[in-house]
Design a protein around this ligand. Sequence first.
Ligand code: AMP
Length: 231
Amino acid sequence: MVKVKTKLVSWDEVVEWCRLLALKVEEDSWRPDLVVAVARGGYVPARLICDFLDIHDLVSLQILHWGKAAEITAEAHVKYPYTLNLSGKKILLVDDIIDTGDSVIIAKKFITENWKPAELKVAAMQWISPVAKIKPDYFVEDVKDWIWYQYPWTRAEDTTNFFEKILDEKAKEGKNEWSLEELIGEFKAWYGIDVGEKYYSLALKRLLDSGLLTEAGENIYRYMKEKRVSK
Ligand code: AMP
């Protein structure tokens, strides 16, 4: 039984969504002078949109908001504020997905107040319309039922965090020893996706390196709950 609705996104889907986003901007007869990627999720889409629109100016602004995969943590804020003069320029602010909308709202406010562009529009591949506090000017998918998009650029991070969540939940039922195969089995059952052996091995290595798992025999790993810290 799937516990967290998750969509495994392919690189090809990302390219197609960005092509469609660029088309929407073009059909609007609006041409940005500069693209601003909301880091980190907006990096790849912003770069692809630059390619599809033949735009050569791209900068980014890092917003911190989401913690571990599919869990909201702290308040959104600009991580590294810096100064730019964008007076007279038209800006396209790009993120991968607009969920709560907080990241884009903070980025938009910061850019408008500090970089003072002539115009700013927002583009995102996905817009979770029932929960988002802001509607992007351009989007490809209007997501009506909340789902976690497992984008290719967060695959290692998400797999590690999903493993950690499984370990933590199952520890509450008294299960603290695992084989990698068992963990992978739970992962597939909980998230309904298969990210492949390379990512499972990488996630296992990260959990061993962090001390959250320790080796307790041949292909047996023990969960060290006390090592869990929120990121
Ligand atoms: P937001 O809640 O709109 O501020 O989202 C902040 C960032 O978290 C997004 O730009 C994504 O990188 C990530 N994120 C939020 N919700 C999701 C989701 N449902 N699926 C995948 N990534 C997400």
